[in-house]
Design a protein around this ligand. Structure first.
Ligand code: ATP
Ligand code: MG
Length: 220
C-alpha cells in the first residue's frame, strides 16, 4: 500500500487488513511516498516524520511491514517503479497494490499505466455501496483485460482522511480514535501540523522495525 501517510490513520490500516484477509495476502508492505508527482514539497511533511508514524502504526500487526524504497529514490515517486522494485524484493510473488477509489480513478493519468497493470493487481477500497460498475464506468477508457486487474473492496472507515486530521490538529480539535494512539502522541511531541510550528527532529520512539525484506533494523 502506497500513500503519503501524512499521517497514517485507521482508514489506511482497515483497508490494508481488509485486503490482506480478502485476497489472502501473506503480508502488506506500507510504502510511504517520496515525492508524489501531484504534491509539492511544501505540502507534505518531511519523509522522516512520515516514516516514523508509519512504523509506529504497523507495530501491532505481524502481517504489516514497511519499505523505504520510495523515500530513498531520488526524483518523483512513480508507482510503476515501486512495483518493479517490489517484484525484485519478492520474486515470483503475486502483487496487489492497495489503494483508495479516489486514487484508482486517477489511474488513467498515472505514469505508464498499462505496464503498471500488467505487473500487479489493484485493490480499490470503496465506500460501502459504491459498486464496481461505477468504477468500470469511470475507467471506461481502459481496455477490458486491464480493467479485470482492478478489484474493489468495501471498507467501513473511508471518511477518515489525513487532510482532515491535519486540519483538526491545526484547529486544536481532537484526533483521538482516528489513528493509533502512538501516532497521535508522535504528532503532538514532534509539533506536526501546527501553523508556523517548526517540526522537531524525528523522535526515536521505535527501536526495532521489520524491513520489507524481513531484516531487523535497530533504529532509523
Ligand atoms: P490526504 O488527505 O493527505 O490526501 P489520505 O487520507 O488520502 O491523505 P493518502 O496517504 O493520500 O491518505 O492515501 C494513501 C492511500 O490510502 C490512497 O490510495 C488513498 O486512496 C487510501 N486511503 C486514504 N484514506 C482512506 C480511507 N479512509 N479508507 C481507505 N483507503 C484510504
Ligand atoms: Mg489522499
Amino acid at each position: 500500500m502506497g500513500g503519503t501517510f501524512d499521517p497514517i490513520h485507521y482508514g489506511h490500516l482497515v483497508a490494508a487488513e481488509g485486503a490482506r484477509y480478502q485476497f489472502k495476502l501473506d503480508k502488506v508492505v506500507f510504502i510511504p511516498a517520496g515525492r508524489p508527482p501531484h504534491k509539492t514539497a511544501q505540502e507534505i511533511s518531511p519523509a522522516r516524520h512520515r516514516i516514523m508514524m508509519t512504523l509506529l502504526a504497523l507495530q501491532s500487526n505481524p502481517h504489516f511491514t514497511f519499505s523505504s524504497v520510495e523515500v530513498e529514490r531520488p526524483g518523483p515517486s512513480y508507482t510503476v517503479d515501486t512495483v518493479h522494485e517490489m517484484r525484485r524484493c519478492f520474486p515470483g510473488a503475486e502483487l496487489y497494490f492497495i489503494t483508495g477509489t479516489d486514487a484508482v480513478l486517477e489511474i488513467l493519468s498515472w505514469y505508464r499505466v498499462e505496464e503498471l497493470l500488467s505487473l500487479c493487481y489493484f485493490v480499490a477500497a470503496t465506500r460501502p455501496g459504491y459498486r464496481l460498475e461505477n468504477l468500470r464506468q469511470r475507467l471506461g477508457a481502459l481496455p477490458g483485460h486491464l480493467l479485470q486487474r482492478i478489484y474493489t473492496m468495501e471498507v467501513p472507515a473511508l471518511a477518515i482522511s489525513s487532510t482532515d486530521i491535519r486540519r483538526r490538529v491545526r484547529e486544536g480539535r481532537p484526533i483521538k480514535y482516528l489513528l493509533p494512539e502512538a501516532v497521535e502522541r508522535y504528532i503532538y511531541r514532534a509539533g506536526l501540523y501546527r501553523d508556523g510550528a517548526v517540526p522537531a527532529e524525528p523522535l526515536l520512539a521505535v527501536t526495532a522495525c521489520r524491513a520489507a525484506d524481513g531484516r531487523e533494523e535497530e533504529t532509523l
